[in-house]
Each structure stands twice: as C-alpha cells, then as structure tokens.
Write a protein that binds this ligand. Structure first.
Ligand SMILES: Nc1ncnc2c1ncn2[C@@H]1O[C@H](COP(=O)(O)OP(=O)(O)OP(=O)(O)O)[C@@H](O)[C@H]1O
Ligand SMILES: [Mg+2]
Length: 320
C-alpha cells in the first residue's frame, strides 16, 4: 500500500487553478521531493494532503486515509512542518514539545519518554530548558521537526524546512531526515535547494500547478537531451542578451558568474559563441547537466501537454 496516493488532485481558488490534476504515489519510507518555482502549487498540494484544505477535484489517500472523507484521521497520522514553522518563541524547547505532543492526547509520562527519544535522535538533549526564540536557527528548526514528529507519524510533510538555515545545519538536518526515512517514515519535502533535492529518492517538478517531470534525480539528469556548455569570462548579463539571439541556442541561463547555454544535440552553439567573443578572454566547455539545469530546462519552456500519468511513473522518464 502506498503511503501517499494522489489521483488527479486539483485545487481552484475562484477561476485560478493552483493545483491541476496532479497524480503520483509515494512508497513507505521513501523521500519524495517536490520542486517548483514560487507559486507553482507546492504548499497548496501539501495543505490538501494534510487535510487542512479540501481539494476541488480528485482524490488522495495519506497513510491509508482519504483526505476528503477522513481529514481528521489524516491529521492524526501525519507530521507537518509548515513553510513558516511556528514554535512558541517565548516557551522553552521542552514546553513547546509538551504543547505539540499534548494535542494528541498523550499522558505526561508518555510525553516525557517520547521527548527523550525524539530529542535524543535529533541532537536536542540538554537544550530542554532553552527558550525556543533564543535557539540558533538550525536548532529552532530541529525543535520544530521534533514537535512535528512528537506523535510518531508514519508520513511527514516538510514545506521548505531548511529555508534560511546555514549549509552545515542544512546538512545535519538532512542526515536526520534520512535516518527517519530509514526507520520507515515516509517523507514528502519541498525545497528550493538543488543540493537537497539530490537526497530525494524521487523528485516531482511542479510548474503552474502541473507535474511536468517525475523520476529519480539520476534519471532526470540522464533524460536531459540537450548539449550543454558553460561559459566563464565575459559579463554574464550582457552576454546572455547576445547569445539569446543566436539561433542555435535553445536556452541561456546565469549560474553564479557563469552562463549555461544549451542547444539541440544535432546542432552546435560553440562556434557561434566563439565568433561572438572574438579575442575576449573566456573559457567555454561542454558540461554534464546538474539538477538545476534540468529544473531550468523544465520551467523555461512553454508548457507542453500536461503529463496526465506523470505521477504513476515507476522509474520511466516523464517529460513534456
Ligand atoms: N487561499 C488562497 N487563495 C487564493 N490563491 C491562493 C491561495 N493559496 C494559494 N494561492 C495561490 O496559489 C498559487 C500556488 O501557491 P502555493 O503557495 O501553493 O505555491 P508554492 O509552490 O508553495 O510557492 P512558494 O515556493 O513561493 O512557497 C499561488 O499563485 C498562490 O498565490
Ligand atoms: Mg510554498
């Protein structure tokens, strides 16, 4: 049985379709990444799957419960760390944990045992008495995670859990997430960080409310069919404008202080760029795509036909 099973899930706000016939399923213990630009429908999807808002159309079950028929059962069996996770900043770490686990009707003895276990596995032991608002960002975020899993959920939804957290803290947060998954917890996570997306077993890209690709990070990169070049040297923005006029160039995007330029495999954009650059100093090399290149390629193109069965993908490539 799938931990999360989603069929044509749709959410409209008035005339606006925020989530458009989204389908996918997630296995127990899987880390499923949900990527997409701002406003693409990630949080709206999560809110539906957590039983917080009802779908306009479509169906989904989470931890075996139907989100429309039994949203309360869904809520009892999931953990949810929202995009702006909310601890009580003036309460201590322990008081926050007690408050959130208390919602689920546990006794104070049970809560104490749970706290030992959860604080232990999340590296929070010794911080029980610290005021949440005074904790460093990485620890506040771990405490929010502790509160979200205080009742031992089978499925955990994390909506941009590492936004604004430093790289070292993000890395240790992810090793915690991986060990939770290894113990059988299903993780559904959104992120804007491509290095984090690599931790996911599978990734879905959502764009304008539609899933436009779904596969393992490796397969998504393999499926990138374009020839890709990296250009260092000339001022990127000025070059971007000039290169975008080259007919062989499919796409030009800034990557730090470099440019990534793609073209169809049967053409070659390199001679044209060399001609443009004349005797300027530069380096131009063909590179293999990163997830970020895949992402840029997916969201920059005009939307092709929706992938009605993208989410069903059992490993097969699904691109528009
Ligand atoms: N309650 C609402 N009423 C009207 N429109 C809404 C509502 N909630 C979300 N939207 C719209 O739905 C779209 C999707 O929003 P959503 O929050 O799901 O995006 P997101 O992918 O989570 O973006 P971000 O990366 O910025 O968090 C946006 O255009 C948003 O403005
Ligand atoms: Mg969001």
């Amino acid at each position: 049985m799938y931990s999360i099973d989603v069929n044509n899930l749709t959410k409209r706000f008035g005339d606006f379709t925020a989530v458009d016939r989204v389908s996918f399923s997630v296995e127990p213990g899987e880390i499923f990444g949900f990527l997409g630009p701002n406003g693409s429908g990630k949080s709206t999807t999560i809110r539906m799957l957590c039983g917080i808002i009802g779908p306009t159309e479509g169906r989904a079950t989470v931890a075996g419960h139907d989100i429309t028929a039994s949203p309360e059962l869904v809520k009892q069996n999931i953990g949810y760390m929202s995009q702006k996770f909310s601890l009580y900043p003036e309460l201590s770490a322990e008081e926050n944990f007690t408050f959130f686990s208390g919602i689920y009707g546990k006794t104070s003895e049970e809560i104490g045992e749970l706290r030992q276990k959860v604080f232990g596995s999340l590296g929070l032991l010794g911080l029980e008495g610290r005021i949440a608002g005074d904790l460093p960002g990485g620890y506040r975020q771990r405490l929010a995670l502790a509160c979200a899993i205080s009742h031992g959920p089978k499925v955990l939804f994390l909506d941009e859990p590492t936004a604004g957290v430093d790289p070292a803290a993000r890395r240790s947060f992810w090793s915690i997430i991986q060990s939770l998954a290894a113990e059988g917890m299903t993780i559904f996570v959104t992120t804007h960080y491509m290095d984090e997306a690599e931790y996911a077993g599978r990734l879905a890209f959502i764009y304008n409310g539609k899933i436009v690709a779904l596969d393992t990070p490796e397969k998504l990169k393999q499926d990138y069919k374009q020839k890709l070049y990296q250009l260092y040297g000339p001022p990127p923005l000025e070059m971007m404008e000039r290169i975008s006029l080259v007919k062989e160039a499919c796409q030009v995007a800034p990557f730090g202080n470099a440019l990534h330029i793609s073209c169809r495999p049967e053409t070659d954009v390199a001679p044209r760029i060399k001609a443009l650059l004349g005797d300027q100093k530069y380096t131009l090399e063909q590179i293999t795509p990163s997830l970020e290149d895949v992402f840029v390629a997916l969201i920059d193109r005009p939307l092709a036909t929706p992938l009605s069965d993208a989410g069903r993908g059992e490993g097969e490539g699904s691109k528009p």
